[in-house]
Ligand binder design. Structure first.
Ligand code: FAD
Ligand code: DHB
Length: 391
């Protein structure tokens, strides 16, 4: 089998790249180890930056997003039982975010690929990516128990953090920058209308809590838990009790409870692999970088990377110049490091670090005080949250 661009992974990065290349008339094939139902159901991120929503619209994937997505003009910060709203359009010159789940973005992009192409091969597990430092890279994969090879001009490694593509970069070239955190997020999906119409980020002495949503009838909630916690260690009732404690306010706000339909633990990590390109291999999304989830940057970074990559591949096809492919890594990393900074700072601002002392606690409260009383600190948060323009 042969194609121009071999795409490994059908997460948001791989699917969006496939769509953009299809629109540019560049042939490609997507190889995904999981089945379609799994990819469409995997519960993950939920907030789209303005630039991500605009990119999906421009790619013809905005119809259901505009119908069912929930535009949000701000978030609420809670600490010391008080509530403070951060108004995005006011602080950013009109930018906002849209609450629309990653599962729905993937469903929309898969449906487009199904009608328009390119081929997305599910249950096709990539075993190795070879010869990326030559003009003829090869992707070895297994489908229906048989090994096959996809020959291509370029490989897009969109296979997430645990994929195989990153390993094709020689150790002598790779540089890794990372940080781990001594806590994780316990996330639940619940059949109950969200108890607030905007997302609520709460800093509490017992730890961080987040109230988010998937639709007007489905809530998504998270609790900071110790690293290594298993979801089964918490009963539904314990989760609701803890959420109610951490989200509590001095006024008459109440947390509505309902049936929990999914429960999982997300580890927290910051990670950047540099460079994002080696020879004819281009890493995009979680394959190259991870942010802790506070502030919901992961999916947005993945889309940002592939918008840059699609433009560079199109430029090469049109003009023969590899100039944009050559600058791919540097262009993406600038944005990636801004998101790393933002996600790290949001995480440090709102979580209880078990190693922290009273001095750190007071610093955290002083930072929150500045954000909720001073315009420049609030504007920095609002700009980071709504995201840099995709450019
Ligand atoms: P992925 O979505 O990971 O897609 C990679 C794809 O490659 C997968 O479909 C995988 O099956 C496939 N693949 C892997 N290996 C192979 C192989 N060898 N052969 C073929 N296919 C392969 N972000 C937020 O902003 N908020 C959140 O609440 C949030 N929660 C998260 C929870 C979890 C458990 C995880 C893992 C991530 C979460 N994220 C969250 C991050 C966000 O979901 C990711 O940043 C986003 O999915 C990145 O998209 P991607 O396409 O780069 O990678
Ligand atoms: C969601 C996840 C996040 O990491 C976040 O900061 C906001 C919302 C969510 O899954 O809804």
């Amino acid at each position: 089998m042969r194609t121009s661009v071999g795409i490994v992974g059908a997460g948001p990065a791989g699917l969006m790249l496939a769509r953009l290349l299809r629109l540019a008339g560049i042939d490609c094939v997507v190889l995904e180890c999981r089945d379609r139902a799994y990819v469409e159901r995997r519960q993950r991120a939920g907030v789209l930056e303005q630039g991500t929503a605009d990119a999906l619209r421009a790619a013809g994937a905005g119809e259901r997003l505009d119908r069912e997505g929930l535009p949000h003009d701000g978030i609420e910060l809670r600490f010391g039982r008080r509530r403070h709203r951060v108004d995005f359009p006011d602080l950013t010159g009109g930018r906002r975010v849209t609450v629309y789940a990653q599962t729905e973005v993937c469903k929309d992009l898969i449906a487009l690929a199904e009608t328009d192409g390119p081929p997305v091969l599910f249950e096709a597990e990539v075993l190795a990516v070879e010869d990326v430092d030559t003009d003829a890279p090869r992707i070895r994969f297994r489908r229906d128990g048989r090994e096959e090879v996809l020959e291509c001009a370029y490989v897009a490694g969109c296979d997430g953090f645990h994929g195989v593509c990153r390993a094709a970069v020689p150790a002598a070239v790779s540089r890794v920058h990372e940080r781990s955190y001594p806590y994780a997020w316990l996330g639940v999906l619940a059949d109950v209308p969200p108890s607030h119409d905007e997302l609520v980020y709460a800093r509490h002495d017992r730890g961080f809590a987040l109230l988010s949503m998937r639709s007007p009838t489905v809530s998504r909630l998270y609790l900071q838990v110790p690293e290594g916690t298993k979801a089964e260690e918490w009963t539904d009732e314990e989760i609701w009790d803890e959420l109610a404690l951490r989200l509590e306010t001095a006024d008459d706000w109440r947390l509505e409870r309902g049936p929990v339909t999914q429960k999982s633990v997300t580890p927290m990590r910051s990670y950047v692999h540099e460079p994002m390109r080696y020879g004819r291999l281009f890493l995009a999304g979680d394959a190259a970088h991870i942010v802790p989830p506070t502030g919901a940057k992961g999916l947005n970074l993945a889309v940002g990377d592939v918008v840059v990559l699609a433009r560079a591949l199109e430029h090469e096809r049109r003009t023969g110049s590899t100039e944009l492919l050559d600058s791919y890594s540097a262009t993406c990393l600038r944005r990636v490091w801004q998101a790393e900074r933002f996600s790290h700072d949001m995480t440090a601002l709102l979580h209880r670090d078990p190693r922290a002392g009273s001095f750190d606690d007071r610093l955290q409260l002083a930072r929150l005080d500045r954000i909720t009383t001073g315009r420049s600190a609030a504007a920095d948060l609002a700009e980071g949250y709504t995201g840099l323009p995709l450019g």
